[in-house]
Design a protein. Structure first.
Length: 146
């Protein structure tokens, strides 16, 4: 019966290792939830990029097919037709040009986890601690009987 008690220390170490790797390991719940957050962030970024892409397509189509829009953009760039003349007034500020954003760079963060070697060390130390405690209790029991 004493040997079974000492095997419980081994099983406790194995169970602690399994539990820690299940929760905090490379493929554990903690890393999984971090990856889910990153996926949501990337999906939002993709939606923003799709919206920017649609706006740029609309701008491109209006410049290709609408002469009035093309004339407005040309005037913003400083171009004029042969019959037009520019008058520059100093002190009113520069020419305000509209700039389209091409989106933001969203860097993917690697999930944070506890390395497997650390989990093994924790489980081994816990198993050894339980084993030492059981041995000490047996030793104290033997010393009391004498």
């Amino acid at each position: 019966m004493k040997a079974v008690k000492y095997l419980c220390a081994l099983w406790a170490g194995v169970m602690i290792y399994a539990l820690l790797s299940f929760l905090y390991g490379v493929m554990g719940f903690s890393a999984y939830h971090q990856l889910e957050k990153e996926q949501a962030k990337q999906e939002i970024n993709i939606e923003n990029l799709k919206q920017i892409n649609q706006e740029l397509k609309d701008t491109m189509n209006s410049l290709l097919y609408d002469k009035d829009t093309l004339a407005v953009y040309a005037r913003e760039q400083g171009y004029a037709s042969a019959s037009e003349k520019f008058i520059r007034i100093v002190g009113l500020g520069g020419n305000q040009k509209t700039r389209n954003s091409a989106g933001e760079v969203v860097a993917v963060l690697d999930p944070q986890y506890i390395p497997d070697r650390t989990l093994r060390i924790i489980a081994t130390c816990t198993g050894i601690t339980i084993l030492i405690c059981l041995a000490m209790f047996d030793l104290m029991k033997i010393l009391r009987e004498r």
